[in-house]
Design a protein around this ligand. Structure first.
Ligand SMILES: [Ca+2]
Ligand SMILES: [Ca+2]
Ligand SMILES: [Ca+2]
Length: 191
């Protein structure tokens, strides 16, 4: 008996996750809107799917190194079509942001929703990562978009969105080596 297309599609998917994602039930409305808008801004040619050309161009504009475009697509592309649908995008980003939320609260010791310099240094030290005050200040400034000298969760989330990691040590490494910031993307430090 031939399998239905639906069945074939699911059985060849590399994960057991349902590819058609009904994300409207567990994502707050404003998040849904944010993710849809973000999707649109990354879908540079506007054809409703994010492929490597779209993402390379978009990330170049954000000052994110090219290699992260490919790994982002690989991680989010559930059905291995080499591009990302809105459903795949929302699914991946939502999961990624859950991890980012956890790592943020790990460093935000006093739970006020912001990471200040002292927390950053203490958090790094507790994780066994040595950081000089001077570098900590630079790291903080790199992520701090509004000049408050603290990192809000939204700043953390937006900065680490394209980091292909869930582990906090890897996220910190990405942060230290990334040049995503207020200056131009031509000054990449390759690592
Ligand atoms: Ca596209
Ligand atoms: Ca796909
Ligand atoms: Ca705090």
């Amino acid at each position: 008996m031939p399998l239905s297309n639906h069945h074939v599609f699911l059985s060849t998917a590399p994960t057991t996750e349902e590819p058609q994602i009904h994300y409207d039930h567990d994502v707050p409305h404003e998040d849904e809107e944010r993710l849809e808008n973000l999707f649109k801004s990354l879908d540079v040619d506007g054809n409703g799917r994010i492929d490597i050309h779209d993402l390379s161009e978009a990330l170049r504009n954000f000052g994110v190194a090219h290699e992260y475009a490919q790994s982002f697509i690989e991680r989010a592309d559930i059905n291995k079509s080499s591009d990302i649908s809105l459903a795949e995008f929302v699914h991946y980003v939502k999961e990624h942001e859950k991890n980012l939320r956890l790592s943020f609260s790990h460093i935000d010791k006093n739970r006020d929703g912001k990471i200040d310099l002292e927390e950053l240094i203490r958090g790094f030290n507790e994780l066994g990562v040595d950081v000089e005050v001077e570098e900590a200040q630079k790291l903080l400034k790199r992520m701090d978009q509004d000049g408050s000298l603290e990192i809000s969760y939204n700043e953390w989330r937006d900065f680490l969105l394209y980091a292909p990691y869930t582990n906090i040590h890897d996220l910190i490494r990405y942060w230290r080596h990334s040049t995503v910031s207020n200056f131009n993307s031509q000054d990449f430090i390759d690592f």
